[in-house]
Design a protein. Structure first.
Length: 62
């Protein structure tokens, strides 16, 4: 019986992951070029949204 070629399997998995990432980036660029809003599962500026100060209503009262 032949031994499994784990290197080949790993390479195929990496190529599939790379292909999926490229397709996702292309779709995102196409949406941006058409002026459509980003999809719900891809936050546009997640870092900036979390850096904003909380609304004044959430501040503790003294």
């Amino acid at each position: 019986m032949a031994t499994p070629n784990y290197g080949y399997e790993k390479r195929q998995k990496e190529l599939a992951k790379k292909r999926k990432k490229e397709e996702k980036l292309k779709a995102k660029a196409d949406r941006k070029a058409l002026g459509l809003p980003p999809e719900a599962d891809e936050p546009e500026d997640a870092d900036e949204a979390s850096a904003e100060a909380p609304p004044a209503g959430d501040a503790p009262q003294a």
